[in-house]
Design a protein around this ligand. Structure first.
Ligand code: SAH
Length: 213
C-alpha cells in the first residue's frame, strides 16, 4: 500500500472533523494530517481508514478512533523530548502520533502477535520508538521511570498503582477507567504524594488485561 495525495486529502478532512469535535492542539492536528493511518490497518479496511472510527487489527484488538487518539494526546500536553510510556502498542498508530510530536516513546504490548507485527512495521516505515516491550503494562516500566507522561490505550478496571508511582512530579497519566465503559481520567502528579485528578467524557476501549502469573 502507498500513501497518495488522495489519502492526504482524506486526512485533511479527518483533521477538520476532529476540530469540529473540539480538538484544538495544532501539533496534534498536524500529526493526524501527516500520519498515514491506512498503513496501520489491514488493507481491507483501507477505504475506511480516514473515518473517525475504531477498526479491528487482529488478536481481538482495535486501532483506536482518531478522536480518542487526538483527545488523549492533547491531555498529555507533550513537549519535545518528553519521555512517554504507552501501554497498549496495538497497531502503533498512537505511538506514531507521539513520535510525530517528538516524544521519546516506550511502548508495552501484551499480545505477542501484535507486538511482533507492529515492531516489524515500525522498522519498515522508519518509526523509531525508544523501545517496544512485550509484557504487562500493569507493571509499567520501572527501569525507565520516571516519565513525563503515561498514556493507557486500553480500558482499565482500576488505575494500576505502579503507573502512578512512575510519573515525574508534574507528569501526567491519561487513562480510561471503567469496565463496560470508561471515563477518560487525567492524573497530574503534584508532589511525591499528591495527585490532581480530572475526569472527562466516556469512551469505549478494549480491556486492559493483567497478567496474573
Ligand atoms: N494504541 C493502540 C490501541 C490498541 S487497543 C492503537 O491505536 O492501535 C489496546 C491494546 O492494549 C491492545 O493491543 C491490547 O493487546 C493491549 N493491552 C491490553 N492489556 C495490556 C497490558 N496489560 N499491557 C500491555 N498492553 C495491553
Amino acid at each position: 500500500m502507498k500513501d497518495t495525495l488522495k489519502h492526504r486529502g482524506m486526512r485533511n478532512k479527518l483533521a477538520n472533523v476532529l476540530i469540529g469535535k473540539g480538538i484544538t492542539n495544532t501539533k496534534v492536528l498536524d500529526a493526524i494530517r501527516i500520519i498515514p493511518r491506512h498503513l496501520f490497518m489491514d488493507s481491507s479496511f483501507e477505504v475506511h481508514a480516514y473515518q473517525d472510527k475504531a477498526f479491528p487489527i487482529g488478536a481481538d484488538q482495535t486501532i483506536s478512533q482518531p478522536y480518542t487518539v487526538a483527545f488523549q494526546t492533547e491531555l498529555l500536553e507533550l513537549k519535545p523530548n518528553h519521555k512517554i510510556l504507552e501501554i497498549g502498542t496495538g497497531s502503533g498508530y498512537q505511538t506514531a502520533v507521539l513520535l510525530q510530536l517528538k516524544a521519546k516513546v516506550f511502548s508495552i504490548e501484551r499480545q505477542r502477535e501484535l507486538f511482533k507485527k507492529t515492531n516489524l512495521f515500525f522498522k519498515k516505515l522508519g518509526y523509531r520508538p525508544k523501545k517496544v516491550i512485550f509484557g504487562d503494562g500493569y507493571k509499567g516500566l520501572p527501569e525507565e521511570a520516571p516519565f513525563d507522561g503515561i498514556i493507557v490505550t486500553a480500558g482499565a478496571p482500576e488505575v494500576p498503582k505502579p503507573l502512578m508511582s512512575q510519573l515525574k512530579v508534574g507528569g501526567r497519566l491519561v487513562i480510561p477507567v471503567g469496565v463496560d465503559e470508561q471515563i477518560m481520567t487525567l492524573f497530574v502528579r503534584k508532589s511525591a504524594t499528591e495527585f490532581e485528578k480530572k475526569e472527562f467524557g466516556s469512551f469505549r476501549f478494549v480491556p486492559l488485561l493483567e497478567n496474573k502469573n
